[in-house]
Design a binder for this molecule. Structure first.
Ligand code: HPA
Length: 264
């Protein structure tokens, strides 16, 4: 039996500006000492049905780029977002990300990766809650950037679906966080691959580090929306990303449904 939880925060990225599958009780505009989060919070329930009965799992959804996708990755107020979710009572948070695939097994459109490591290539972002000289500096442990027990619960849910549906997932991988908003050059991707990066995205950091500073349980669910630069014959197009999201979106909903069924 897995641990039961009260409220789960969900941060939706590109393609997940709002969530189907949640019953919204309230859309709550909030402010934090770090400023406004990217979107109002959807205080909601994820309904898990089992035959004729159902269980409603409390979730708080936040749209990382805003409901209308107007905030680019380097301008997201990551501190406000996580602080708002924590204040709303979330002790665990799952971040959902659209990423480029680098590892040969992680390039198929719609492939889902639950990463276990991060390399941070971002710069110029406020990456800590300890950002002024009024407090002693805090150095949080980041050996495992995602909370292993939470990632494992997602993996178990995903593996169950793998058996049922046949769609394969990657239960580990290295998320390379880049600044964007432009995509990478082919040489940059070759370098990230040499460094050990398996997938590449623009919003994984400082989100994970800030979650750790707030002592939140935090894990990532990534959907591959394109082979990274230089790894396919053509250019990376909007159409390619959209069609991958169509596949990936359903998988993410299925995985989260199985996850909530087990852990709430
Ligand atoms: N690179 C960086 N971020 C991304 C990509 C990519 O190829 N695809 C989706 N987000």
């Amino acid at each position: 039996m897995m641990e039961k939880h009260d409220k789960t925060g969900l941060i939706g990225g590109t393609g997940f500006e709002d969530l189907a599958h949640v019953l919204v009780d309230e859309t709550r505009r909030v402010d934090t000492v770090y400023g406004e989060p990217s979107s109002p919070l959807r205080v909601a329930r994820w309904r898990v049905t089992d035959g004729d009965s159902h269980t409603d799992c409390p979730v708080v959804f936040l749209s990382r780029h805003g409901f209308d996708h107007r905030i680019p990755p380097h301008r997201v107020n990551y501190r406000a977002n996580l602080s708002a979710l924590k204040s709303a009572g979330c002790q665990r948070v799952v971040g959902i990300y659209a990423v480029g695939g680098i590892h040969e097994k992680m390039q198929a459109p719609g492939h889902v990766v639950i990463p276990d490591q991060i390399i941070d290539y971002t710069s110029g972002r406020i990456a800590s809650y300890w950002d002024d000289d009024t407090q002693a500096a805090l150095h949080v442990d980041f050996t495992d950037p995602y909370t292993p027990s939470l990632s494992k619960q997602l993996v178990i849910a995903a593996k169950e679906l793998e058996k049922e549906t046949g769609y394969e997932i990657s239960s580990s991988g290295v998320y390379a966080a880049v600044n964007g908003p432009r995509l990478e050059s082919a040489a940059e991707i070759r370098r990230i691959a040499r460094d050990g990066g398996d997938i590449v995205g623009m919003t994984g950091m400082p989100e994970a580090a800030l979650a750790r500073e707030l002592a939140l349980d935090f894990a990532a669910l990534c959907v591959v929306v394109n082979p990274a630069a230089g790894l396919s014959d053509g250019l990376i197009t909007f159409e390619m990303i959209e069609s991958a999201l169509k596949i990936g979106r359903q998988r993410v909903y299925d995985i989260l449904g199985a996850f909530f069924a087990k852990t709430t």
